[in-house]
Design a protein around this ligand. Structure first.
Ligand code: SF4
Length: 527
């Protein structure tokens, strides 16, 4: 069995490749501790100063556990190596671990232990059943078929992800005597949705002004050339309001009936993710996935081992994702996406059916032409009025919050009592979603149905969050507060927020109690 010392040791693979390779005892000690934690299905905390070379120290055991000790292919043709410089900064503590490394005779500082029974990990549940839901449809059904070990590496910053993907992994590929697969996982909204792109290109003038239309025209060249369809391959990146209309969205995919399904960039990426042994993600995506898993969903495929680098930030990121946050802007944006009275744009204006009367013959995607007896004009007009009403209700609701903050100036915005605010907004949003449901059922175009369904789902989610917040009904004991910020134009922007007071029990139940081995590392870990 290959161990970290075979890679990082004085006679290891890296030493054979790099002439001036210097053994870093701290790096090797950390790597062995991580390897042991993976093998023994334990959790591990490692505080290691800058320059120890933490990423190699956990990447090597991750690769060994997922690929290296299962498949030895030493005949593989390797590319040339990059040089690696690591400062000799000591590891401060390694917890919990076995006493010391016999190979390198490194002493560990073990200040405390984590009370997790190794036995509990024998009960590691098969999460694949929980992933098969509408949100993550066909990709995750493939997940349940995978049965190889998988490690998630989660970082806080993009720069660290780039370092891992662009430097560390290529270097390790060049020195390790076996193949492994590693994929950077980005959120769905980072990829263009071809169905939405081509639907938008049919009705540019009803969506945007001349400037935005010209900007969109540039995307036609890009879409023909792009290999992965990701926003980061677009230079310069498009304005967010343009990207928002053409990106992949949760709940806005027509799945197998989409005529772009075979070419879909997101589908291709998901297939690579499902087959990868190492997945690199950021903390935000990781905790979004965890939230979905808690509700029987999921973005990521199943995994057995997890490394949090920059782990000092996970409490904050977890709190943000496990709590509630609704901004006034979010409410207005989602309503204006349906109908903007000022610009006369939005889904309720640019729908192919906005001005259709009854008995029209309709073209549908993937379906035969059929007669549709429904007066769209009247329904769309009614919906536009409801949107305007909701915007007024939103002004009143958030206006009341601003008044409350002014009356409680000097406070921290914390709201201690349930029902402290009148909430007519939720009632308006409920009426809107009910009318949307009726029109969605009647729309014969699958693409448009999905657009409206997605818009409706977002409004339902916002309404439910507002209800939970006003009535202070989050099951875990939480803190509820209001935040007011001033925009660059001097406008006050309000948000309502709630977060569990202690996320420890939630993480224990849904994360540490379920994943067989979790390693947390950072240059600054406090206990
Ligand atoms: S399969 Fe879904 S995400 Fe892909 S292009 Fe079609 S609608 Fe968009």
């Amino acid at each position: 069995m290959i161990t970290p010392v075979d890679i990082l040791g004085v006679n290891g693979s890296i030493a054979k490749r790099l002439e001036n390779y210097e053994l870093r005892k701290e790096q090797l000690a950390m790597s062995e501790a991580v390897n042991r934690a993976f093998i023994k299905k334990q959790h591990l905390l490692v505080e290691a100063g800058t320059g120890v070379g933490k990423s190699f120290a956990y990447l090597i055991p991750a690769i060994l556990q997922t690929a290296g000790n299962q498949k030895d292919d030493s005949s593989t043709n390797k590319s040339s190596a990059n040089n690696v410089t690591i400062n000799n900064t000591p590891i401060k503590s390694v917890v919990p671990s076995n006493k010391s490394s016999t190979d390198c005779n490194v002493k560990y500082d073990i200040p405390f232990d984590i009370n997790y029974s190794p036995d509990s990990f024998d009960l590691l549940p098969d999460l694949s059943d929980q992933i098969d839901n509408e949100v993550s449809y066909q990709f995750d059904r493939q997940v349940s078929k995978t049965d190889f070990p998988r490690v998630i590496i989660s970082t806080h910053t993009i720069s660290l992800q780039e370092q891992i993907m662009e430097k560390d992994i290529p270097f390790l590929r060049s020195v390790l005597p076996f193949e492994f697969t590693a994929v950077l996982v980005k959120g769905r909204s980072n990829y263009v949705c071809l169905r939405r792109f081509y639907a938008v290109s049919q009705k540019l003038n009803t969506l945007w002004d001349d400037f935005q239309q010209r900007e969109f025209e540039h995307l036609h060249d890009w879409i023909k050339k792009t290999e992965d369809g990701s926003k980061s391959s677009l230079i310069p990146e498009p304005a967010w309001e343009i990207w928002a209309e053409i990106c992949c969205e949760t709940g806005n995919c027509t799945g197998k009936i989409c005529k772009w399904n075979d070419k879909c960039f997101y589908n291709k990426t998901r297939r690579r993710i499902v087959n990868a042994q190492i997945l690199i993600v950021n903390h935000a995506l990781f905790f979004s996935d965890l939230m979905l898993r808690m509700q029987s969903g999921g973005i990521l495929p199943t995994y057995n081992m997890l490394v949090f680098d920059e782990a000092h930030t996970i409490e904050q990121v977890a709190s943000e994702h496990i709590g509630i946050s609704v901004t006034q802007y979010q409410v207005e944006y989602n309503l204006n996406r349906l109908y903007n009275e000022h610009t006369q744009k939005g889904l309720l204006m640019n729908s192919n059916f906005s001005n259709k009367n009854n008995n029209n013959e309709i073209d549908t995607i993937g379906e035969k032409k059929k007669k549709n007896e429904y007066n769209y004009t009247t329904e769309f007009e009614e919906l536009r009025k409801i949107v305007i009403d909701c915007l007024t209700r939103s002004d009143i609701f958030f206006g009341d919050l601003i008044d409350w903050i002014k009356q409680h100036s000097g406070g921290n915005g914390r709201v201690r009592k349930a029902g402290s605010f009148r909430n007519n907004l939720s009632e308006g949003l409920s009426k809107l979603t009910e009318h949307l449901r009726r029109i969605i059922e009647k729309l014969p175009d699958a693409g448009e149905r999905q657009e409206f369904r997605s818009a409706r789902d977002k409004i339902i989610s916002i309404r439910d969050s507002i209800d939970l917040w006003v009535n202070q009904q989050i099951p875990d004991e939480s803190v509820y507060w209001i935040e007011v910020k001033t925009t660059s134009r001097g406008k006050l922007r309000v948000s309502i927020n709630a977060s569990p007071i202690d996320i420890g029990p939630i993480l224990r139940e849904h994360l540490f109690g379920k994943i067989q081995s979790i390693v947390m590392t950072s240059a600054t870990l406090t206990t």
